[in-house]
Ligand binder design. Structure first.
Ligand SMILES: NC(=O)c1ccc[n+]([C@@H]2O[C@H](COP(=O)([O-])OP(=O)(O)OC[C@H]3O[C@@H](n4cnc5c(N)ncnc54)[C@H](OP(=O)(O)O)[C@@H]3O)[C@@H](O)[C@H]2O)c1
Length: 335
C-alpha cells in the first residue's frame, strides 16, 4: 500500500514557497506489533507550521530537511496491531501532512464524539486551539468579572474561543481582527462586546474609545504594532497571556519585539509565554469544560475547511495573510 506525504525540501526564507515542500508517494511499511494505521481525515494547519519549518529557537525540534512535515491530525483507524486501539476508532494527535500515518500511539489519543457536533468542529475545537484558549486565558489571564480583555486574531481558531470564555467569565471582551466580516462575526455571532478592524481603523484610537480605563488582560496572538498599542494601555496589575506573535513568523531575520520594560515595572504587569503542551497533564479538564460549553450552546466555533492534501502548502500560507476565517483544516478525505 502507498501513501502521499509532504516532505520538507528546504527551510523557507520569508513566506513559504511552493518549492519548500514536496508531495511524494511512498510505500507504507507493514504494521509492527504495537502500531496502527490511521487514514487521515483532517490536517490542522497552524501558524506554528512555519516555525517548525525553520530552525529558529523553538519548543520542539525543527522538522528535519527531507522529513515528513509535522502536523496535528485527526483520522480513522483502518488497521491495528495495537491492543486497545480498534479499527474504526477516531484518533487525534501529532502526525504528518499525509493521507495515511503509521503510529505507535505516541502523542495520539481517541477523540471524543459529541452528539450533534460535526467531527470538524469537535476536532477543530477540542484538539489544540480550545486547550490553548482555555489555559492561556484562565490560568495566565486570570479573568475576573467586569475586567476588560483584549484578544487579537479574534476570529481565528484560538481567538474565537478566548473571547467566548472571556464572556462566560464575565469580562468585557474587545477583539481585534482583519476586516469587517470577521469583526461582525465575533460581535454578532459570538457575543464579543466590540471588535477593532485593524485593517480599517487606527487600533490605538479605537482602544482609547473602547477601553478608556485601560486593559486588564491582553491575550496576545500577533505581536508587532498591534501588540504595542495594546501594551501601552495595560492597567495596573494587568496580565499578558503571550500565546503567539504571528506577524513575525515569516520574518527573514527574526527579531525581538520591544521589551516594554518600564511599562511592566511601573504597572506591575504579569507576562507569561506558554505552549499548550505545557498543560498536557490537564487536557482532560479543558476537554470536558470545552465540550460542556459546546453542548450547552455557550461556545460556538467556526472551521474553515479546505479540500485536498495537495493544497496544503498554498492553504497554510493563508494563515499569515488572514485568508482563513476560523480554524483552518485540510480535509484529506470525507469524515
Ligand atoms: N502557544 C500555543 O501553544 C499556541 C497554540 C496555538 C496557536 N498559537 C498562536 O496563536 C495565534 C493564533 O493561532 P490560530 O491557530 O488560532 O490561527 P488563526 O487565528 O486561526 O489564524 C491566524 C490569524 O492571524 C491573523 N494574522 C496573520 N498575520 C497577521 C498580522 N501580521 N497582524 C495581525 N494579525 C495577523 C489573521 O487574522 P486577521 O484576518 O484577523 O488578521 C489570521 O487569520 C498564533 O500566533 C499562533 O502561533 C499558540
Amino acid at each position: 500500500m502507498e501513501r502521499k506525504v509532504w516532505k520538507l525540501a528546504r527551510r523557507p526564507v520569508g513566506d513559504i514557497a511552493d518549492t519548500d515542500l514536496t508531495l511524494v508517494t511512498e510505500a507504507l511499511p507493514d504494521l509492527a506489533e504495537g502500531q496502527f494505521l490511521l487514514a487521515v481525515i483532517y490536517i490542522s494547519l497552524d501558524p506554528t507550521n512555519r516555525i517548525w519549518m525553520s530552525d529558529m529557537e523553538q519548543y520542539m525540534p525543527p522538522v528535519a530537511l527531507g522529513a515528513p512535515m509535522r502536523a496535528g491530525v485527526c483520522g480513522r483507524v483502518v488497521a491495528s496491531r495495537k491492543p486497545g486501539v480498534e479499527v474504526g476508532q477516531i484518533m487525534a494527535g501529532l502526525g504528518e501532512w499525509a493521507d495515511h500515518i503509521v503510529s505507535d500511539g505516541s502523542f495520539m489519543s481517541p477523540l471524543p464524539q459529541l452528539p450533534g457536533v460535526p467531527l470538524a468542529a469537535t476536532y477543530g475545537t477540542l484538539a489544540l486551539v480550545g486547550p490553548t484558549a482555555y489555559f492561556g486565558l484562565l490560568d495566565i489571564g486570570q479573568p475576573k468579572p467586569g475586567e476588560t480583555l483584549v484578544v487579537s486574531a479574534a476570529a481565528g481558531g484560538v481567538g474565537q474561543i478566548v473571547g467566548q470564555i472571556g464572556k462566560i467569565k464575565g469580562c468585557r471582551v474587545i477583539g481585534i481582527a482583519g476586516g469587517k466580516a470577521k469583526c461582525d462575526y465575533v460581535v454578532n455571532e459570538l457575543g464579543f462586546d466590540a471588535c477593532i478592524d485593524y485593517k480599517g481603523e487606527d487600533v490605538g484610537a479605537a482602544l482609547d474609545r473602547l477601553a478608556p480605563d485601560g486593559i486588564d488582560i491582553n491575550f496576545e496572538q500577533v505581536g508587532g504594532p498591534i501588540m504595542v498599542e495594546v501594551m501601552k494601555r495595560m492597567k495596573l496589575f494587568g496580565r499578558v497571556s503571550l500565546c503567539g506573535m504571528i506577524s513575525t513568523y515569516n520574518d527573514v531575520n527574526p527579531r525581538e519585539e520591544p521589551g516594554f520594560w518600564t511599562t511592566i515595572l511601573m504597572r506591575r504587569l504579569t507576562i507569561r509565554g506558554f505552549i499548550v503542551t505545557d498543560f498536557a497533564a490537564r487536557f482532560a479538564e479543558s476537554g470536558s469544560a470545552l465540550a460542556g460549553w459546546m453542548l450547552e450552546g455557550k461556545l460556538k466555533t467556526r472551521q474553515d475547511i479546505r479540500p485536498g492534501l495537495e493544497n496544503a502548502v498554498a492553504t497554510v500560507r493563508e494563515l499569515y495573510t488572514g485568508g482563513n476565517f476560523g480554524k483552518l483544516l485540510i480535509e484529506v478525505q470525507a469524515p
